[in-house]
Design a protein around this ligand. Sequence first.
Ligand code: ARG
Length: 466
Amino acid sequence: MSDKKTSNQMWGGRFASGPAAIMEAINASISFDRKLYAQDIRGSIAHSQMLAQTGIISAADQEKIAHGLNTILKEIEAGSFEFSTKLEDIHMNVEARLADLIGPTAGRLHTARSRNDQVAVDLRLWVKDECFRVAEALKGLIMALLARAEEHAATVMPGFTHMQAAQPVTFGHHCMAYVEMFSRDLSRVRDAIERMDESPLGAAALAGTSFPIDRHQTAKALGFREPMRNSLDGVSDRDFALEFLAMAAICATHLSRLAEEIIIWSTPQFGFIRLSDSFSTGSSIMPQKKNPDAAELVRGKTGRVNGHLVGLLTVMKGMPLTYGKDMQEDKESVFDAAETLDLMLAAMTGMVSDMTVNAAAMKKAAGSGHATATDLADWLVRTLGLPFREAHHVTGRAVALAEEKKVGLEKLSLDDLQSINPGITSDIFSVLAVQNSVKSRVSFGGTAPSEVRKQIRAWKKRIAKA
Ligand code: ARG
């Protein structure tokens, strides 16, 4: 007969004893939610102050509680606090230590509160702080891109569709496309902050409380705009975490696209840019190699950030109101996504600032592949009054002739071009030069250096205020 206290032979391999040990292992969150210690203590101090001010506990007890909590904060920061898995989570670890320090008075802190509203407020405070950090990091990246864009507002490079050279653009214009993308991320993170700026504290277990608490006071003390209006929603809402993860996933996706371009641009075949030594590594076997590891890791880490969004969406989709222990699974996704995104943003900002741009290689590539074919077609429309479809056809024939002669479109002679359409004059050569092609695209948002500079000026002002 097996001893009930020893672990089950079939499935209890790594557990010292039976169900209790397995329960403890699956239940405990202290290994990761200890990250919330500062928010937890801040929330508890605010709660205790409100309890004293509303007369629910005495001022003397509140002082003892706050003093004890501050001691715990110092202990945790000094690394002398002993976290215990038996005590499950950060909330019970702190409360148990408070009882050690101040005795039975500690038991008054949890009046008119539950771990359900406690964990909701702790995580919200943490995510909100992280959102401010992401906003600052995004601003740094945007400023780095603006600096490169300004430097290269007139540096011609090929613009691609289908990864095939399509029309010449400028490197500054390309950088500014990412400024737009990261600025949308910045506005997303600011929107998310606005929406998460409500306090769940005081929702208690789920239904509110019969004690005369003041939720407006605790909301204000914790820096929230106002308390959440529905106690059931207060304990069960994790939209703030989902919105953070959604923003993080979109931002990571943007970072990954830029990383992919950096990887392509830095190949010897392209040679558009060179990454600094600080953001590349060598090969242990091939001495000639310089690998864009940081860019590859930005691209690779996007997988886990995007995964965390899907992970938490999947946890939440099956949750009836209100709290269920499933929701304990919200934290690791959020923490890992945050840490990963912070690192990705820092690495990308470093790469953008440090990389050397090879303007000559970009210009050379911009002129290849008959990249100014559209300019020829537009000229035929503008100067000879051809309908665009016919101009497209004529240009196609010119490209075919250039291919046959193995030269670039701009290298065809006037005779060659006139053999296709006799109306063509030597004026055409001005539009076939890449520099002129780029200069001519002055439509709003176009690639002309004058337009790009306008956008840079506008964004510099906007970012200074953002
Ligand atoms: N550790 C829990 C969590 O992270 C705290 C809330 C526990 N509430 C409860 N009713 N068991 O979700």
